[in-house]
Write a protein that binds this ligand. Structure first.
Ligand SMILES: CC(C)(COP(=O)(O)OP(=O)(O)OC[C@H]1O[C@@H](n2cnc3c(N)ncnc32)[C@H](O)[C@@H]1OP(=O)(O)O)[C@@H](O)C(=O)NCCC(=O)NCCS
Length: 245
């Protein structure tokens, strides 16, 4: 099932996520020109697009309005912290509240910003948000076998290869595999060396969560079943988000 996030208040959608080199912000309508430039670039298309060749302007405009400004995905603009320059975009799509998962995408569209660590930090910030604030369990992605920089970047942000679709991509006159990668919340937690924080769940919240979840099914609501269970504060954020459906 594709999770459709409730958008009222967009509390699950941060205004910004701050790193040392980059700041992620919500997209603004004026970012469209940058989108047009990035997604018309044949090299960006070669690295990231299933279809041969770059998108048309009409496709880019639809993509920008649907994904960057729309509400079915959590899409953030990537800015260089020192200069505020807009260099790319990253997103979670297919947010699935039932299974606590999302699909990750990133494009640093400005070629001169490749190879400086900006994309890797942006990915780390998004993964931190996924597990630390949204309370997701799994983030996955797919990448073409020949995109070595992207694979290395994802690996240093904690993703591990979990499968490959053999010869799924025809590019540069030959076949290439498509690699599936993912990172799970316990792996992220282990890398950070942090333990879950015990938080007592107020009785009223427990009752509301149980009613809304039908008592058992939604794992995000599961903390509500215990009087003093180990619950990450952020996970309660996801519970509220999911229960708003
Ligand atoms: C993929 C992308 C997000 C990576 O972000 P980035 O900021 O450029 O990556 P980094 O500078 O952190 O480099 C990541 C790793 O790749 C290595 N690298 C850099 N340039 C490289 C190159 N030309 N070839 C191979 N590896 C390269 C770095 O050394 C680093 O590896 P390490 O962590 O083992 O040292 C970004 O380059 C991008 O958006 N590219 C265009 C679109 C794209 O490919 N999107 C992904 C589609 S799945």
């Amino acid at each position: 099932m594709v999770y459709r996030a409730p958008v009222a208040g967009r509390s699950w959608f941060p205004t910004s996520l701050e790193g040392q080199m980059v700041v992620l912000r919500r997209h603004a309508p004026e970012n469209l020109d940058a989108f047009r430039r990035w997604y018309r670039d044949p090299e960006v298309a070669r690295l990231a697009r299933y279809q041969d060749g770059a998108m048309s302007i009409e496709e880019i405009d639809r993509f920008f309005h649907g994904r960057a400004l729309g509400t079915d995905t959590l899409t953030m603009a990537i800015h260089v912290r020192a200069t505020n320059r807009l260099i790319g975009t990253c997103a979670f799509s297919q947010l699935d509240g039932d299974n606590g998962s999302a699909l990750y995408h990133i494009t640093i569209g400005e070629q001169d910003a490749w190879g400086h660590g900006f994309g890797t930090e942006a990915t780390r910030l998004m993964v931190d948000h996924a597990f630390g604030s949204l309370g997701l369990h799994r983030v996955s992605l797919s990448v073409f076998e020949f995109n070595e920089r992207a694979i290395r970047s994802y690996a240093s942000a904690g993703f591990v290869a979990e499968g490959r679709a053999r010869e799924a991509i025809r590019r540069d006159g030959r076949w290439w595999d498509e690699i599936s990668m993912s990172v799970l919340e316990p792996e992220w937690r282990a890398r950070r060396g942090t333990a879950p924080v015990p938080v007592p769940v107020p009785a009223a919240e427990r009752g509301a969560a149980l009613m809304a979840s039908g008592g058992t099914r939604n794992h995000a609501a599961r903390p509500a079943s215990a009087t003093r269970e180990t619950v990450q504060p952020a996970r309660r954020g996801l519970a509220a988000w999911l229960l708003g459906r």
